[in-house]
Design a binder for this molecule. Structure first.
Ligand SMILES: [Zn+2]
Length: 207
């Protein structure tokens, strides 16, 4: 059975797209996962977007389910989900306009995404033939920076490493055990300085 019953709470369809890129195949552990057109499943808590994805490595089909979709964001069935390789420009911000950490992607997932998107930008710059390519590279770098900000939302103020709850599965917890130095807040703050900051005013939730 490739169908996962877990419903992932998301803050935006962009966050759902990032889930598809961050997830590994449940059968072979590889990917990428190629999304198809989503369907709506009604539920007591609101509509759920059911998105079938096919593993390009082994062919396993899984249905990812997303809840918390903003009705103002339009019909999610019309949203075009793609693999990272097939996406010429990044999905539109915001990913998560709230101060709360993601419930769909854990701290290890955000750091994996940061590396994937940074690599995409690096390749675009290496092959850039004009300002359009360089502009796209900068857009990917902006999103990579947002991924670091999402990772930082998991940290407590008085701890240099993220709490246990910031890791959603054993694969992620093993990454922390194997490479704790990758998860220090100091490293993330340094990583953030390596990426551009959006110039437009960002909405912040003040305590
Ligand atoms: Zn697979």
């Amino acid at each position: 059975m490739g169908t996962s019953p877990a419903v992932l709470a998301i803050h935006s369809l962009t966050e759902a797209q990032l889930v598809v890129w961050a997830k590994r195949c449940g059968r072979c552990g590889n990917g990428p996962l190629a999304p198809e057109t989503g369907a709506i499943e009604p539920s007591a808590a609101g509509p759920i977007l059911a998105l079938p994805v096919t593993c390009r490595s082994c062919g396993e089909v899984t249905v990812l389910r997303f809840a918390g979709i903003d009705p103002k964001a339009g019909d999610p069935r019309l949203a075009r989900f793609v693999t990272l390789e097939e996406s010429p420009v990044p999905p539109a911000p915001p990913v998560n306009p709230t101060g709360e950490p993601s419930r769909a992607i854990d701290v290890a997932g955000w750091l994996t995404l940061e590396a994937m998107l940074g690599e995409k930008a690096r390749q675009l710059r290496a092959w850039a033939s004009g300002t359009a390519d360089r502009g796209a590279a900068r857009e990917w770098e902006l999103l990579a920076g947002t991924c670091v900000e999402e990772a930082l939302k998991f940290y407590d103020p008085d701890n240099d490493l993220p709490p246990e709850e910031a890791f959603f599965d054993e694969f992620a917890r093993r990454q922390l055990r194997d490479r704790p130095e990758s998860f220090t807040r100091e490293r993330l703050i340094h990583l953030r300085t390596q990426r551009p900051i959006e110039t437009q005013a960002r909405k912040r939730e003040d305590p």
